[in-house]
Design a protein around this ligand. Sequence first.
Ligand code: FAD
Length: 389
Amino acid sequence: MSTETYDLILAGGGLANGLIAHRLLERRPELRLLVVEAAPRLGGNHTWSFHDGDLSYVEHQWIDPFVARRWPGYDVHFPRRARPVDTGYASVSSERFADILTPALGERLLMGTPIRALTAQSVTLEDGRVLQARAVIDGRGQRRSAHLTLGFQKFLGQEWETDGPHGLTQPIVMDATVPQADGYRFVYVLPFSPTRLLIEDTYYADGAALEREVLRREIAAYANRRGWRLKTLVREEDGILPIALGGDMGRLIEEAQGVPTVGLARALFHPTTGYSLPDAVHVADLVSAAPELSAGALERILSQHARNLWSDRAYFRMLNRLLFGAGEPTERYRILEHFYRLPDPLVARFYAARLEFSDKLRIFVGKPPVSVRGALRILAAPTRLKDSA
Ligand SMILES: Cc1cc2nc3c(=O)[nH]c(=O)nc-3n(C[C@H](O)[C@H](O)[C@H](O)COP(=O)(O)OP(=O)(O)OC[C@H]3O[C@@H](n4cnc5c(N)ncnc54)[C@H](O)[C@@H]3O)c2cc1C
């Protein structure tokens, strides 16, 4: 008979499992919990942003200690449209995430400890040790699956201290007035202080190759055009976020062979933006409020949750297929430019992935921003590209 040393082992100490750990420490401190992370620190090297409307009031309250900066609104720029959006935006830094969680977990955290294999109730470490638990949650991040068809949102970001005030008071979530290349391209800027900026060069591209040197040069050129004098490079991050085009959630769940799974490993991200912080927040509440924390109960709750989201979000995957497939790559920005004619509350519901039926119709009203023939070809594509809601 196996001896269960732990009630719950969280495999991977990234965003999804870190937030689950945080909520469990708050709500079920008696739990024998263990977080096992391969890296020497929790959370990696990220800036995780979200829109105010993505979270409920209660969720905002508990995520607040992790938030490095909040802004009351943001701006978008396109060749034929520039506007402010008056809904709040916020960023969590992985540095703050690690600073809060590492001491809070204390001995309940194993860092620098890669996992070789796991089941719903055991974890085998690279060094051969086997840890038993009543349940294991797999939150080891993004992985390839034959049951997910993805496009890529790839980017490189640099945080700079500027020589003198840069003058930007709120984020630029998309500046698509830059030359369009490698798909839909935009620059994203967060003003962390009057002299501190995060500048990211971003591409919605068909391929995942990231030419870091080219992106670094583009950031320097953009800053120069804006008149920002970059003085000291504080940090750099890059990422290739998944954009869901299609897939089969049922098969994806089967692949996990009964292991409760969260985060990007379960395709829990906004299909169009690749953001996963809001989903990770919702899942942390779901797990920490579960009546029973056995492997079977968690697997049922988490797979049902993933199925529901997957089916609710079919519309976004269809939009993504349009974004990636219709029209010339250099014209793809027009879809977002057309989208941003819509009022703030609808934009907020889009980012929260909570569109109403009338919103879905409204997004398509007006002069089509991409070639209609291209769009019809894409919409007829499920025969080529499997997407089961
Ligand atoms: C640079 C970057 C910026 C992003 N910005 C945003 C954003 O602004 N907003 C947003 O919502 N989303 C953003 N994302 C997307 C998404 O939120 C992140 O990718 C998020 O970290 C995914 O959460 P996760 O918990 O699924 O995986 P991760 O946070 O990647 O966590 C997985 C963890 O598991 C560990 N691990 C993996 N394999 C093993 C193993 N074998 N043994 C032990 N540990 C293991 C990893 O080291 C890692 O710490 C960003 C992603 C990147 C890469």
